[in-house]
Structures are given as structure tokens and as C-alpha cells.
Ligand binder design. Structure first.
Ligand code: PLP
Length: 452
């Protein structure tokens, strides 16, 4: 039986649900990346590092809430906090103590967080960060980097220079597109030239600090420091988008790990302990663009408004505070990093044994699986060892192979997020060993079908 036939045969109820969903949702799905051929998985429940689909298949989960579940599914402290609060009120129509506790954790952990404002998602946080930067500087342009993902708002919709009509930006105004400058990462000369050409026009620069696609195209540390130096010199607000890296790379995110403080930071995912929630944080003088009055208590002539029905809702607040209290111990990210390192080493050994082109690499607890491209294996088992001259563009596994790989892994009881494994503190030795063996069998099946 082929990989596809096995997938179809063992997921009949998912297939049936997808047929119904096609008449409810565009493409039958509720998130772009959940679209999957021939049909996506429908999952019923999850616990720790595992989940169970509607056909009764058990899977080790490496989607982990798109990176929100560093602590794994159903962590007791978070569940208890949410259950307690649900009975007391899910929206109090007022300020509440839990939002203060949650905000305090952000201030305590994230070095740049002089002030905090909660939103309902990472997308909203990014949109607000850029708007605040524009209000603060009186400038319009936003500098961003190729393929760096910052949510789906118009503000950050351009992924490549010159894109003006690919599907991803359909419906975005030309004004929104023209206000974005998209540069290759890791190229200081282009960065310097662009900043000089647009002197006095750039409000903000935004970056995923470990690189595009959750670190799939790693940002070189020297480049990050140069970006900090140049933005500071030119009065450009530097925004670290730590929606993925916040509380994961270290309890204080990538900025604490690198010792590099941006002016503003956007957060979501781990922030809210597995519930919806985001935050924009940073310099008090920039966030004060939201204030109704100036420092002397006079009404401000202009301000950035920020309503939002579910901002800092009590359920997300208690879940977030419970999760961040655990994050603050430093244990979760270390446990996740250890599991990821063991996985990367084991999987790179498997690749070597199968004598196929590719490698597994990553930083901390997010791994990327590159198949079908010659590359030097990571010397330490995990760190990207790209020797190509172009530091801005690196190969990645093509879409057809990615889909076949994911199907093969699901058949073996492991759910990767495409070619990514988002590892968490709940992945233990047992899951690591199982995953390496599943990877071994999956590569075997892909080779049998001459897909590798
Ligand atoms: C780096 C980054 N920024 C922003 C977002 C958008 O966050 P959300 O999906 O909560 O809107 C994401 C989502 O994956 C992300 O990875």
C-alpha cells in the first residue's frame, strides 16, 4: 500500500468530516496551513505531547498549538486556572486583577517591556506595534525582511520585493503595499543602502529574530546587532516579532538570549498559555502614544486608539499568568531544547544511514527538516551549517515532498507541522525515540516510492 493509500484508509472519518466542511469553509479549513491533501486531520482531544484523531489514531504532536503549547497539552496548572476563572466570569466588562498579574509577568520576563498592552492575537499586536511606531516617529515606511511572517494584516502583507499581485496580497491596497520595504536578511550592505536612500522616512523595522519561518532561514547574530545599531542611529523603531520566540528561546525570548533590546516587541502564542491572546510591549514613551493625555495631564491632540472586546480577557489572563509562572523557572525551554537536540541528532543519523540529501537543523526547540538538497550536516547535531555564498536564501523542502513526508509521518503516528517540529517541554525520551524511529520508517517509505 502506498503512503497515500495508507493515509486514506486509516483516516476515513477525517475524510468524511472534510467533505462536510467543504460546504462550510473556503477550502474546508479555518487556517491556511491546515489545508492538506487529500484532506486534513480532524483531532478530538490532546494531552501532554500527544493527541488523538477522530479515527482513534494516536499521534505525537509537533504542531503544539502552532507553537503556543511549550508546556504541552492540558498542563494541570493552566487547566485549573481556566476552570476556576470560567466559573467566575469569562468577560467582566471591566479591568481586573488578573490582567495586572499577567502584564507584570511580561514586564518581569521580557527585557524591552516597559509597558504592555494586550490584544487578541499576534496579528493584532504587530498591527498595533507598527501603528504606534508610525505615530511616534511621524514617518510611514516599514522595513521588513523576505519571507518573515508577521500575521495576516495589510500592514505586513508584502513578503518579497516587488510583489504586487500574488495571491497572498490580493485585496491589499496599493498604499499598504507601497509603505513596505522588503529586504533580504543577513545583507548589511543592502540594509545600509536602503536606510540611507530613505533617510527620515522609515518608521520601523520588524524582524523575526531567529529568522523566517520560525528560524528556517536563520538570521545571523551579527546582522541582528547591525540592525540594532543602524535603527538606533537613524531613529527607526526596532520591533522584534517574538510571537514565536517569546518565552521559548529563553524565558525572556530571543532578546534576552542575545542580550539585544529592541524598542518594541510583539508577543502571542506561549504568552496566553494556550488560549487566544497577544501583547505589544516596549518603550513607555512609544506606548504612551495610546494615552489620552500627555505627561502634563493635557489632552493629546492625536493618539492611537485601542479598543478590542477580548483584550486581556480573564480566561486568557489566568492561563497566561499560570503558564508564564512556569516559564519563569527556566525549566520548560531547557526541557524542550534538550528533547529537540536529541531529536535532531537522532534524525540526522537516520538521514546519513539512508544516504539521502538533507539535514535536520534548528535553534533551541524548533527543528526544520530539509530533504532533497545537498547540505553539510550540522556539526553539533543541530545548528544550521549552510556553506552557500548567498546568506539570505537557503533551500527548503518542496511542497509535494513536504506533503508526502507529512502523510508518511502521520501514518507512523507523528504529526509534524509540515517540515517543522515544534518541540515542547512535554516531549520526553519516549516520544523522542518513537519519533526518530517513525522518521526512519517514513524515509524508507518515501524512498520506496522514489520520492527521495
Ligand atoms: C512570527 C509571527 N508573527 C505573528 C504571527 C501572527 O500571530 P497570530 O496567528 O496570533 O495572529 C505569527 C503566527 O504564526 C508568527 O509566527
Amino acid at each position: 500500500m502506498t503512503i497515500l493509500e495508507t493515509y486514506e484508509r486509516t483516516h476515513a472519518r477525517s475524510a468524511a468530516m472534510h467533505r462536510t466542511a467543504l460546504s462550510v469553509f473556503p477550502d474546508g479549513v479555518t487556517h491556511d496551513t491546515r489545508r492538506f491533501t487529500p484532506f486534513p486531520l480532524y483531532v478530538e482531544r490532546a494531552q501532554g505531547p500527544r493527541k488523538w484523531d477522530v479515527d482513534g489514531n494516536e499521534l505525537i504532536d509537533y504542531v503544539t498549538g502552532h507553537g503556543a503549547l511549550l508546556l504541552g497539552h492540558g498542563r494541570a496548572e493552566v487547566v485549573e486556572a481556566v476552570q476556576r476563572q470560567a466559573a467566575l466570569g469569562t468577560h467582566l466588562g471591566a479591568s481586573h486583577e488578573h490582567e495586572i498579574a499577567w502584564g507584570r509577568w511580561v514586564q518581569q520576563l521580557i527585557p524591552s517591556a516597559e509597558r504592555v498592552r494586550f490584544t487578541s492575537s499576534g496579528t493584532e499586536s504587530v498591527q498595533m506595534a507598527v501603528r504606534l511606531a508610525r505615530a511616534f516617529t511621524g514617518r510611514e515606511l516599514l522595513l521588513k525582511f523576505e519571507d518573515h511572517f508577521h500575521g495576516w494584516s495589510d500592514t505586513v502583507s508584502l513578503m518579497h520585493p516587488g510583489d504586487d499581485g500574488p495571491p497572498a496580497v490580493s485585496g491589499v491596497t496599493s498604499g499598504a503595499l507601497e509603505s513596505q520595504l522588503v529586504l533580504p536578511v543577513n545583507n548589511v550592505a543592502v540594509l545600509e543602502r536602503t536606510i540611507a536612500e530613505h533617510r527620515g522616512e522609515i518608521a520601523a523595522a520588524i524582524i523575526e529574530p531567529t529568522g523566517a519561518h520560525m528560524g528556517g532561514v536563520p538570521v545571523e547574530v551579527d546582522f541582528l546587532f547591525e540592525l540594532r545599531r543602524l535603527t538606533e542611529q537613524e531613529g527607526i523603531v526596532l520591533i522584534f516579532d517574538e510571537v514565536v520566540t517569546g518565552f521559548r528561546v529563553s524565558p525572556g525570548g530571543a532578546q534576552a538570549y542575545y542580550g539585544l533590546t529592541p524598542d518594541m516587541t510583539t508577543l502571542a502564542k506561549i504568552l496566553a498559555g494556550g488560549l487566544p491572546g497577544g501583547a505589544v510591549t516596549g518603550r513607555a514613551d512609544i506606548l504612551s502614544e495610546m494615552n489620552f493625555t500627555d505627561g502634563a495631564g493635557n489632552p493629546r491632540a492625536r493618539r492611537v486608539s485601542h479598543p478590542g472586546t477580548f483584550n486581556a480577557n480573564p480566561l486568557s489572563a489566568v492561563a497566561g499568568a499560570a503558564a508564564l509562572a512556569i516559564v519563569a523557572t527556566g525549566e520548560p525551554h531547557q526541557a524542550a531544547n534538550r528533547a529537540a537536540l536529541r531529536l535532531a541528532r537522532g534524525m540526522n543519523d537516520v538521514i546519513r544511514r539512508h544516504e539521502i540529501a538533507g539535514c535536520v537543523y534548528g535553534q533551541g526547540s524548533i527543528l526544520h527538516i530539509l530533504l532533497g538538497h545537498e547540505t553539510s550536516p550540522p556539526e553539533d547535531g543541530i545548528t544550521w551549517n549552510w556553506t552557500g555564498a548567498d546568506r539570505s536564501h537557503v533551500p527548503h523542502t518542496g511542497p509535494a515532498l513536504t506533503a508526502a513526508f507529512r502523510r508518511a509521518m502521520i501514518n507512523e503516528g507523528v504529526d509534524p507541522m509540515g517540515t517543522r517540529l515544534i518541540v515542547g517541554a512535554a516531549h520526553d525520551d519516549e516520544e523522542v525515540e518513537y519519533t526518530i524511529a517513525a522518521f526512519d520508517r517514513s524515509l524508507g517509505h518515501l524512498q520506496e516510492e522514489r520520492l527521495l
